[in-house]
Write a protein of this length. Structure first.
Length: 329
């Protein structure tokens, strides 16, 4: 068991850098504190069979978790169990606002953003991809979606996860870890399939290919040449079949790629961390290669030019400049 306590460091800056360095041993994410002067957090890290978990308490300042490094190396999924306070998860264009008792899932190998509000506590449960897929064949379709407290099996999963992880930290015999981890994974799978039965009404083959297509798109949004034929080749299917898969979801693949690029561009335009980048630099990072096309598409999507959108977001957020834990020294 590992325990990370930021209060052991005398200054806020030392707390940020020391805590971030140790946190990276659990999760390859870049962390940002919105107010480094009041940063205070601790984390218990443990193991339950093939599952690694961390119970995190964030006090004083909120945190943002962003994936760092090569995403393709981070195979697996993470379950968020919101214990107290609030958070927000964004992945695959889905936005989950999390309150006490809520749970959500994200795929480690796809871009995502996880915001942890101040005075919050949560459980992060990291699950190997194959271990989860044994119980939930196509987990990607559930990523970024919230299971609300009090609905379906959410409370069962939340309580079971917290109790098992607490017992593992307290010295649960290792001989029963694997059995208990399988029981937890089975309940996680049941919770998502029960609450989102409409998502799995399609055949498992089609659903699996749609999930793999979305993952490939998310990992390659910044490629200007990304299009139906590129994705089809990567999945070893025809472009026509790929269009059929997306048509079942009510959106053509080109529209999906454009929407996701615009959403990610808008997110960075509103983020104070990117204030040093020009609008064109941000847009081109996400695969746009024509400024007029980007501006026109952005206005159609958000009802205003990107420059006005950015100014309004900065004004709304008070021009707050968060501090990067990874860069703190």
């Amino acid at each position: 068991m590992d325990f990370i306590d930021s209060s052991k460091c005398p200054t806020s800056r030392n707390r940020l850098s020391a805590w971030a360095a140790q946190y990276s041993n659990f999760d390859h994410s870049e962390l940002f504190a919105t107010d480094a002067r009041h940063f205070d957090a601790d984390m218990h890290v443990g193991q339950l069979g093939a599952l690694r978990f961390a119970r995190l308490s964030c006090r004083g300042s909120s945190l943002d978790r962003m994936p760092a490094g090569d995403l393709t190396e981070a195979s697996g999924y993470t379950l968020i169990v919101q214990i107290a306070g609030h958070g927000r998860l964004t992945q695959f264009g889905q936005h989950a606002e999390l309150g006490p008792g809520d749970i959500a899932l994200f795929e480690n190998s796809a871009p995502h953003c996880h915001h942890i509000a101040a005075d919050s506590s949560l459980l992060l449960l990291r699950m190997p991809a194959q271990a989860l897929r044994t119980h939930l064949p196509s987990p990607g379709q559930f990523c970024g979606r919230r299971l609300a407290a009090g609905s379906g099996m959410t409370d069962v999963v939340s309580s079971l996860a917290q109790n098992l992880c607490a017992q593992a930290l307290g010295g649960l015999p290792s001989t029963i870890h694997e059995c208990l981890s399988r029981q937890l994974l089975e309940n996680v799978a049941l919770a998502f399939t029960h609450s989102f039965s409409q998502l799995i009404a399609a055949s498992a083959v089609v659903g699996g290919r749609y999930a793999r297509a979305r993952l490939f798109i998310e990992q390659n949004l910044g490629d200007p040449d990304l299009g139906p034929h590129t994705v089809a080749r990567a999945l070893n299917v025809s472009a026509r079949y790929l269009r059929m898969i997306f048509a079942r979801e009510g959106e053509c693949i080109s529209s999906y790629v454009l929407r996701r690029r615009l959403e990610e561009t808008a997110r960075q335009l509103a983020d104070p961390r990117w204030r040093g980048r020009s609008i064109c630099q941000i847009a081109f990072t996400w695969g746009f290669n024509s400024a007029p096309h980007f501006s026109r598409s952005f206005r159609e999507r958000f009802g205003m030019p990107p420059r006005e959108y950015r100014a309004r977001q900065f004004e709304r957020n008070g021009n707050a400049q968060p501090d990067s834990l990874a860069a703190a020294s």
